[in-house]
Design a binder for this molecule. Structure first.
Ligand SMILES: [Zn+2]
Length: 243
């Protein structure tokens, strides 16, 4: 784990919430988990630092893709425990970030820039696409879902996480007015290391995210529950499949 991330984690540490428990990390195989705070990012593998979100995602990827060793994968971030896992587990891995001031398809400092609303990859390039906490920030998520569908091969899987709210309907936090994006609700932000301090949350997804994926051309979509409790902070994972 990078030192700066460890420092940020320690800054969130509350002694009353600190706890250790046995629990196998699906990312690196280590047998101990630490809880630094009572939330999904505050539960970590003691060795690789993967959060409860990343561990949930990897557990579902392993269950969904028994042929992971032969898979060509695309992950929509360029570093961290998920990228390290995929790099070791898949036949081929492509990673990217959305970089300000860089054309999609070009790189800066070895990091490929991609905008998921208009990917530069050829159709049917990948067996697996993954993303973690990305789509709630995508302005036109329908275009993004269609693009992921386009670059997946027949039989391919899109396995990803977003903050899922306990509601039937997605709530759009931003809308269009006179050709500009305007807030419909109080603006909310998440941290993003590549694009400055914070990035705007476009929507709060509900269970109709599955309808949105089917409307974008996926043959099927469902929400998978990870097998581990992770101090009660295991994250549901969305799985969409291509025929
Ligand atoms: Zn681990």
């Amino acid at each position: 784990m990078a030192a700066s991330r460890l420092v940020r984690l320690l800054q969130t540490l509350r002694p009353a919430e600190f706890s250790l428990a046995r629990g196998l990390c699906p990312v690196c195989g280590f047998g101990w988990q630490v809880r630094l705070a009572r939330n999904e990012l505050g539960v970590r593998c003691l060795r690789c630092g993967a959060s409860a979100v990343t561990q949930s995602l990897v557990a579902v990827i392993r269950a969904e893709l028994p042929q992971l060793r032969q898979a060509a994968a695309y992950e929509m971030s360029a570093q961290g425990p998920l990228v390290a896992f995929l790099r070791g587990a898949c036949a081929r891995l492509t990673t990217s970030e959305l970089l300000d001031g860089v054309m999609p398809g070009e790189s800066r400092d070895g990091v490929l820039c991609q905008n998921v609303e208009r990917l530069t990859f050829a159709a049917a390039s990948f067996d697996l696409c993954t993303s973690s906490e990305v789509f709630e920030h995508v302005e036109d998520d329908a275009a993004g879902f269609r693009e992921v569908r386009r670059v997946l091969r027949p039989g391919g899987r899109f396995v990803f996480t977003v903050p899922l709210h306990d509601s039937a309907q997605t709530v759009e936090r931003m809308g269009w007015q006179d050709g500009r994006r305007v807030p419909l609700l109080t603006p909310a932000y998440h941290a993003d290391r590549y694009r400055g301090a914070t990035v705007l949350v476009q929507r709060d997804y509900g269970r109709d995210i599955l309808d949105r994926l089917r409307a974008a051309g996926f043959a099927a979509a469902r929400i998978a529950s990870p097998p581990q409790p992770l101090f009660g902070h295991a994250r549901p994972v969305v799985v969409a499949t291509v025929d």
